[in-house]
Design a protein around this ligand. Structure first.
Ligand SMILES: Cc1cc2nc3c(=O)[nH]c(=O)nc-3n(C[C@H](O)[C@H](O)[C@H](O)COP(=O)(O)OP(=O)(O)OC[C@H]3O[C@@H](n4cnc5c(N)ncnc54)[C@H](O)[C@@H]3O)c2cc1C
Length: 453
């Protein structure tokens, strides 16, 4: 069986490597000059910067198991233990995010009225049978004030989205399921934690830490290992520009370093953003293309500000998130040097500021110099960082993070159905069932099994 995979981000790389390891003939086409998609690690002047994702959550064994297969498990580095401390910018200042319900009750993060409302969570009624926005779900369970501060911060850190538009069942399926099973989230968590503790871990499952993690040289280590395992099966600067169905399989038209070629395949997998998949399938199935086009993306800008040793006060914790209600211009800030100390040399200090999202898409239109100025102003006002940076870098992702808005699950059903009209064509990637790296790896690994069968 010959498989052509389009898109060499983490999804396409994992799929290609998995199939190749099972003896399938694979070609992975990547339009860019480097593999990795959103993952772009750079080393410069004593700093390791990440233009896209910074870390993964080492909670389910998927990514660790992949690293073990690639022989790089020993290169995984979990975040410094101090990164368990996280902050919220709320009520005009940075406040520690309480780590447990009793700590939340004691903290000054929310007014007493909001805390009392939260204590009523076990009395929450079941929600509507149809789709519900994350904001409405939050308000039903914990009230308006806690939703504006806590729920919004939680989604901002993952989706950079608009909680009034996001579908709770699509963005936080486990939480939505918890309500289905137990009605109250609090009661559900208590009951399920007890059951989890009692259940044995299946033999051979790699031990996870539950912590935020990366690799000793940043996430690029994973990309390099995957690309290395693929060898010439990975073709860079090779853009798929057309798909044609043949009687027994597929033909993929490719623009490769100025040359036009065609590849024959028994199976084609599109591991590209949904809007690119839409362009490729449009001549074959306009209804499917319309569904794919309906998946919105939030733009996001990433600004790195690096400081000389001792120029700024030491960082504490993972960083801070900023709920929309604060009306500030940053979504959140990662304290890179305290969380991942191996990413800055000799006491240098690195802040990574996230800007834009569904909240302020206009800011991602700013040029790089203006983004750096904005990030510096916000960091000065919110965290008192006034020194002159020795490193500045701004990266704009015009269509950065897929938004699983209301109707997403219905759209997925229509997409799944549409794909069955094109036998031999498959879709994977962050547009569908999870935007995190772990989600992408899990989905692609599952597809290896489906295709290899
Ligand atoms: C700023 C930012 C921060 C993030 N932070 C985190 C984080 O800390 N932790 C986390 O878990 N997740 C994070 N994410 C999400 C995560 O990075 C992505 O969901 C994931 O990397 C997506 O991988 P993918 O392979 O599905 O898609 P992509 O990475 O988008 O890869 C798609 C690839 O397809 C290629 N391509 C497109 N068109 C064609 C074509 N016609 N022919 C050939 N190739 C083509 C593209 O060049 C690209 O390389 C972040 C995302 C962003 C943007």
């Amino acid at each position: 069986m010959r498989v052509v995979i389009v898109g060499g981000g983490i999804s396409g790389l994992v799929l290609a490597q998995g199939l190749r390891a099972r003896g399938t003939e694979v070609t992975l086409l990547e339009a860019g000059a480097e593999p990795g998609g959103n993952i772009q690690t750079h080393r410069r002047d004593g700093f390791v910067t990440e233009a896209g994702p910074n870390s993964f959550l080492d909670r389910e064994p998927t990514l660790r198991a992949l690293a073990a297969r690639l022989g790089i498990e020993d290169r995984i580095r979990t975040a410094d233990p101090s990164a368990k401390r996280r902050y919220l910018y709320s009520g005009g200042k940075l406040r520690a995010l309480p780590q447990s319900p009793p700590a939340l009750i004691k903290s000054d993060l929310l007014p007493w009225t909001a805390k009392l409302r939260m204590l009523g969570e076990p009395l929450t009624r079941r929600g509507p049978t149809g789709d519900e926005s994350l904001a409405d779900f939050g308000r039903r369970h914990v009230g308006n004030a806690a939703t504006e501060v806590l729920v919004d911060a939680m989604q901002t850190g993952i989706y950079a989205g608009d909680m009034e538009a996001l579908s709770v069942a699509a963005v936080f399926p486990k939480i939505a399921q918890l309500e289905k099973r137990h009605r109250s989230l609090l009661l559900g968590m208590v009951r399920e934690r007890k059951a989890e503790r009692a259940a044995p871990t299946p033999a051979g499952t790699p031990a996870t830490t539950g912590a935020v993690a990366s690799f000793d040289g940043g996430l690029g280590v994973l990309v390099k290992a995957l690309a290395g395992a693929l060898g010439p099966a990975l073709r860079l600067q090779a853009r798929a520009v057309g798909l044609r169905r043949e009687t027994a399989g597929w033909r993929v038209a490719v623009e490769e370093r100025g040359q036009h070629t065609e590849l024959e395949a028994d199976r084609v997998v599109l591991a590209v953003p949904a809007f690119t998949a839409a362009e490729l399938v449009r001549p074959l199935d306009t209804a499917l293309a319309t569904q794919l086009d309906g998946i919105a993306y939030a733009p996001i800008a990433v600004v790195h500000l690096g400081f000389a040793p001792g120029a700024v006060p030491p960082q504490d914790g993972f960083g801070f998130l900023v709920p929309a209600v604060e009306k500030r211009r940053v979504l959140g800030v990662i304290h890179v040097s305290s969380t991942f100390p191996w990413r800055t040399e000799g006491g240098r200090v690195l802040y990574t500021c996230l800007i834009g999202g569904a909240r302020r898409p206009d800011l991602v239109e700013l040029d790089e110099a203006a983004l750096v100025t904005l990030a510096r102003e916000e960091l000065r006002l919110m965290a008192g960082v006034t020194a002159e940076p020795i490193l500045t870098e701004a990266v704009r992702w015009k269509r950065g993070i897929p938004q699983y808005n209301l109707g997403h699950l219905g759209r997925l059903a229509a997409i799944d159905e549409g794909v069955t009209r094109l036998p031999g064509l498959f879709l994977t990637g962050n547009a569908y069932r999870g935007v995190g790296l772990t989600d992408c790896v899990r989905e692609a690994t599952g597809l290896v099994d489906t295709l290899a069968r």
